[in-house]
Design a protein around this ligand. Structure first.
Ligand code: EZ4
Ligand code: CO
Length: 411
């Protein structure tokens, strides 16, 4: 083998930086000089996955053939003995995505070609309209529709609650708001106040935005199954594309309860690490969209299996696309999305902050609410380590929510 083809892994670099948001980036370097980039960010627990990668994963990779993506995935998944878990699976994802990037570069082909080629011309996305009031939220939705988005997620602050998850209090943007929380902020929650106010948002939305636009809503797992069933029934007249994370689902059959009562489409998956977390709800057809992220569910190798399994049961993929996923994840998901026969929609909150653009480059472009995937070999992403060093890690947490009497609630 000539040196230019030698894909023996010589270095596994793990860089934690904060270009707008904290990101854990994996850079795998091979003997040939070809390298790949992957995302292993676990929001609020970044240093845990970075240490895990450096101390426990990187030493096992040196000397392996980067072409053997499947064997390396199995080796890391089964070889750990403990299996699954958010830190472990994000680490595997970071490695896996970097290896697909290398394989694409070695083949001179974009990763979607290795997956089976394009099934569509571009990846449809949904954007976020989030406001303090219904009018504010719908102003933002109108602006997004004017930009060409055909699907929008609507979230509005709950009247009578001081702060609500996902709502941009003080009009700070996501990056500013979510990257500067040295301790977990606490937010109040009242299911009664939420249930009493949410229908008005969608009633007004259909009146103002019309019937053509697709609408989504994220409950952030704050309801019980029977409450979610009632919410689904309440929102049926407004024809949602899906209701997201209505209930936390350590019990997968919680979704049977919701399904039995409503025709509102259901989506879940952003915190899942493996197919096992959603196997029953998919095979029982209790959900319509599976929202696993490439970074959190074991990379392209695992997401391809999740997509193929879901396709057997009329479930489409709608990958998580929040700001705490790096451009290496967006790129991986764009390549998956343009290939997957059962692609549904991609969550999209922009390609990142100005600081992120200093550190990451990519060849994705947005046009009329759709992501167009470039034809660079691999994933088309690059990472500038010197620029990253100018944006050091800042500890930052996700919020927790409490009921008005102080009881810790889920979010
Ligand atoms: O709470 O990305 O659909 N998107 C979301 C996000 C998640 C964060 C968690 O890190 O629910 O805002
Ligand atoms: Co969500």
């Amino acid at each position: 083998m000539s040196k230019t083809q030698d894909l023996t892994i010589t270095d596994v670099r793990v860089i934690v930086s904060s270009p707008g948001r904290n990101f854990v980036t994996v850079k795998i370097v091979t003997e040939s000089g070809l390298y790949g980039i992957g995302d292993a960010t676990v929001n609020g627990r970044e240093q845990a996955v970075a240490t895990y990668l450096r101390e426990h994963v990187a030493p096992c990779l040196i000397g392996r053939n980067a072409h053997q993506i499947e064997d390396i995935w199995q080796y890391l998944y089964k070889g750990v003995y403990w299996r699954k878990g958010p830190i472990n699976m994000a680490a595997i994802a970071g490695v896996d995505v970097a290896l697909w990037d290398i394989k694409g570069k070695a083949a001179g082909l974009p990763v979607y070609e290795l997956l089976g080629g394009k099934s569509r011309k571009a990846v449809t996305t949904y954007a976020h309209a989030t406001g303090e009031t219904v009018a504010d939220t719908l102003d933002k939705a109108e602006a997004l529709i004017a930009q060409g988005f055909t699907a929008v997620r609507l979230q509005t602050a709950v009247p009578g609650l001081d702060a609500s998850y996902g709502v941009l209090r003080g009009q700070k943007d996501y990056f500013e708001q979510q990257s500067s929380r040295p301790l977990p902020p606490e937010e109040p929650w009242s299911t009664r106040k939420y249930m009493n106010s949410i229908e008005a948002l969608f009633r007004e939305a259909r009146a103002r935005l019309g019937d053509e636009v697709a609408l989504c809503h994220d409950v952030h797992s704050r309801l019980t199954p029977i409450e979610a069933a009632r919410l689904g029934k309440m929102l049926e007249p407004y024809d949602l594309l899906f209701l997201e994370d209505a209930v936390a689902a350590e019990n997968q059959d919680s979704y049977r309860v919701i399904r039995d009562h409503t025709t509102t489409a259901l989506a879940i998956g952003e915190i899942y690490n493996t197919i096992w977390d959603c196997k029953e709800m998919i095979q029982n057809q209790w959900i319509d969209y599976i929202r696993c992220a490439t970074t959190h569910a074991g990379g392209i190798t695992a997401m391809r299996r999740i997509a193929d399994f879901a396709a057997l049961f009329h479930v489409r993929i709608a990958p998580h696309g929040a700001p705490d996923l790096s451009p290496a994840c967006y790129a991986a998901q764009a390549h998956l999305g343009i290939w997957a026969p059962n692609f549904g929609i991609q969550e999209f909150v922009g390609f990142g902050s100005e600081a992120s653009a200093e550190v990451f480059s990519h060849d994705l472009t947005l046009e009329n609410g759709m992501i167009h995937v470039g034809d660079s070999p691999g994933l088309g992403v690059d990472f500038d380590e010197e620029a990253a060093a100018r944006h050091p890690y800042k500890r930052s947490y996700l919020p927790v929510s409490r009921l008005e009497d102080g009881t810790l609630w889920s979010w």
